[in-house]
Ligand binder design. Sequence first.
Ligand SMILES: [Zn+2]
Ligand SMILES: [Zn+2]
Length: 261
Amino acid sequence: MRNTEHCSGGIAWPARDLYLADDGECPACRRTFDGVEPTTALVCCATAICRTCLQDCLRRAQSDSRFTCPLCREDFVNDPVVCRERLEAHVEADSPFAIEMLACMHQQGRLGLAKDSREAARLFRRAAKLGKPRANVRLGLLKLEGCRGVRRDPAGALAAFLNAAKQGDAYGQYLAGRLLLDDGDARRAIALWEAAADQGLGAAAAALGAIHDRGEGVPRNLATAAIWYSEAADGGDEIAAERLEELRAETRDIFKGMRFV
Ligand SMILES: [Zn+2]
Ligand SMILES: [Zn+2]
């Protein structure tokens, strides 16, 4: 994962094209989702599944036309129209996961659907009401960017991110923090980023490094910055790793200088 920027300018969305990152565990391999790692979905049973397991299903379906979904035992289909029909059936039955997924399909114009942001926003709201905080994050992003059918509304975006944040969504915490910092509220931004970083969101750790590094709304603190950069770098953030190296080199120079005083 490479973040293009951390603390200012537009929103760095480390997984903008993520399918559906989810909490809980992959029902196929029992591996725990961390709520950050992008997951993907089985449409037949409207279930989040890890990428490895989905790839495995796709491979097996390709070589065996009678392959059935390991979870629900329905025929495994990869046909967009059949997928959409199945998804819509789950939506009828009020599955929050399916509603959020169908909203994504409307937003991206997939499964044979025309792009329709207004319908996507409506479905995100419905999924959020049914307890999917990530749907609020997606709704917030729609409002933040504004697009045909959805008015640009930064205040509404912040409200949506904060709703998700309240329910413990790491991306909600990260994005709400970004907007709050733009409004000059560094303290709240930091609190939200710390919560997101604790959940393993590297972008939040990198943002924390940057805010302490620059002293943006807080006293500059290079030691704290280095701790957060280091955490982000461990998660694979190259920009954070570069800046961490620079900080370490600067600190070495300072100590070197002191010996000659
Ligand atoms: Zn799995
Ligand atoms: Zn299934």
